[in-house]
Design a protein around this ligand. Structure first.
Ligand SMILES: [Zn+2]
Length: 367
C-alpha cells in the first residue's frame, strides 16, 4: 500500500511489512551531528552520536514489529510501520476488537522493549559497563547502555494507561472483557485524559514538551472515542443501504463542456468516468474547474479526471467504507465506487456517511 503521508519515504520491507521514515527524522540526525560538532566533539563523535540515535530508533522499530507480528498471528495485517522523531507507529489495517487480541497486540511492543533492555543489561553487567541513568549520553560511557536505558523507559512509559499508548489499549481491552466495547473505550479515554493532565503537572515546573505531549494525548483519546462510536453507529448498515444508486456517469471521451452542463444540472458532485464498461477515473467539481482552466472546454474528461479512485463491494460493511474514506481524508469529498463484481452499481461519497451519522445521532438523542 502506498504511503498516504507525503512526508514519509519507504526504506524497505522486513517480514513483508514496509518501513516508512518521516523526513524530519533525517533533520533530527543532521541536528544531532551539528550539535555534537559545535560542542567540540569533532567528526568521529558526530558519527557516533548519529549511529547511537539510529540504534535507538532501530529498537523502536523492533517494538513496532512486535505489535505487527503478533497482529499478523491473529489475522490482522499491518499496512506499514512509520518512524518519526516522536516515535514509531504500526498502522494496522483494522483495530482488533476482540479484547484478547487487543491485549496481546498491545503488550507485544513493551515486552519487546523490556526484553531488549534486559538482554543489554545482562551484556553490560558481564562487561562491567553499567552506570546511572543521568550519564546516559555521556560519550565516555558505553553507547549500548544508553540504548538499554531508553528501552527500559520506552517499555515502561508505553505501559502507562493513557491512550493511544499501549497501556491505554491494554486498559481498554481489560475493561472490554466486562463492558461493551464503546463503553470500555469511553472509560479508557477518560482515564487517558486525566492521565495526560497528570503527565503535564507531575514534573512540577513548566515543561513545554510535557505540556504538548499531554495535549496530543488528550486529543488522541477524544479522536479514538469518536472513531469507535462512529464505527458502532454504522455497524448495522451495509454499503448498499447508503450508496447513491444508479449514479450518472461520464465517458472518457466526453468534452469538459458536456461535463460542465451535467454538473450544473444535477445534485451529484462526483462522477464516475467510464471507459467501455469499467471505471477509468472520477471527476469531481474541483477536477472539472482545474481541467477547464488548464485545457479549455473542448478537452476531454480523460484529461481532467483523477485516477486514484477506490472501489468497494456492494455488500461490504459500512465500517470498511469508513476506514477507506478516512484514509483519503485530505480530500474534502472523497468517494468510493461501489461494485457488484466488475459492474459499477453506485457511488458512496463521504458526505452521505456524515449524513447517516448525524441522523443516527439525532435518533439516539430522541431515544
Ligand atoms: Zn507500542
Amino acid at each position: 500500500m502506498p504511503s498516504k503521508n507525503p512526508w514519509s519515504f519507504a526504506l524497505g520491507r522486513v517480514a513483508g511489512i514496509q518501513l516508512q521514515v518521516h523526513v524530519t527524522f533525517a533533520v533530527l540526525l543532521a541536528w544531532i551531528a551539528i550539535r555534537t560538532i559545535q560542542a567540540g566533539g569533532g567528526w568521529s563523535a558526530a558519527v557516533s552520536a548519529v549511529l547511537l540515535m539510529v540504534a535507538v530508533f532501530f529498537t523502536v522499530f523492533l517494538h513496532e514489529l512486535g505489535h505487527a507480528l503478533v497482529a499478523r498471528r491473529l489475522g490482522i495485517r499491518t499496512l506499514h510501520i512509520e518512524l518519526t522523531p516522536m516515535g514509531g507507529m504500526a498502522h494496522l489495517e483494522r483495530v482488533p476488537e476482540a479484547p484478547r487480541h487487543e491485549l496481546f497486540i498491545s503488550l507485544a511492543g513493551p515486552v519487546v522493549s523490556l526484553a531488549i533492555a534486559l538482554v543489554l543489561f545482562v551484556v553490560l553487567k558481564v562487561g562491567d559497563h553499567l552506570f546511572d541513568f543521568e550519564e546516559i549520553f555521556d560519550p565516555a560511557r558505553h553507547p549500548l547502555a544508553a540504548v538499554m536505558w531508553l528501552n527500559l523507559v520506552l517499555g515502561l512509559y508505553n505501559l502507562l494507561p493513557i491512550f493511544p499508548m499501549d497501556g491505554g489499549r491494554v486498559l481498554r481491552a481489560a475493561l472490554a472483557f466486562k463492558l461493551p466495547y464503546p463503553e470500555a473505550t469511553r472509560v479508557a479515554a477518560r482515564v487517558a485524559q486525566v492521565g495526560s493532565i497528570a503527565l503535564a503537572i507531575v514534573p512540577g515546573k513548566f515543561n513545554l514538551v510535557f505540556v504538548l505531549t499531554a495535549v496530543w494525548l488528550w486529543m488522541s483519546a477524544r479522536h479514538e472515542l469518536r472513531d469507535v462510536r462512529e464505527r458502532h453507529t454504522l455497524r448495522p448498515f451495509s454499503v448498499r443501504d447508503v450508496m447513491v444508486d444508479e449514479p450518472i456517469t461520464l465517458s472518457t471521451g466526453d468534452t469538459l463542456k458536456h461535463a460542465s452542463s451535467v454538473f450544473v444540472s444535477t445534485f451529484q458532485s462526483e462522477f464516475p468516468v467510464m471507459q467501455w464498461d469499467s471505471v477509468a477515473g472520477v471527476l469531481g467539481f474541483d477536477d472539472l474547474l482545474k481541467g477547464l482552466e488548464k485545457h479549455g472546454e473542448g478537452a476531454t474528461v480523460r484529461e481532467a479526471m483523477r485516477r486514484d479512485h477506490e472501489g468497494i463491494e456492494v455488500d461490504s460493511k459500512i465500517e470498511e467504507a469508513l476506514s477507506k474514506l478516512n484514509e483519503n481524508s485530505e480530500e474534502s469529498d472523497s468517494v468510493l465506487m461501489v461494485l457488484d463484481g466488475e459492474k459499477l452499481v453506485g457511488v458512496l461519497p463521504m458526505s452521505n456517511l456524515r449524513e447517516l451519522l448525524k441522523v443516527q445521532k439525532a435518533l439516539n438523542r430522541a431515544a
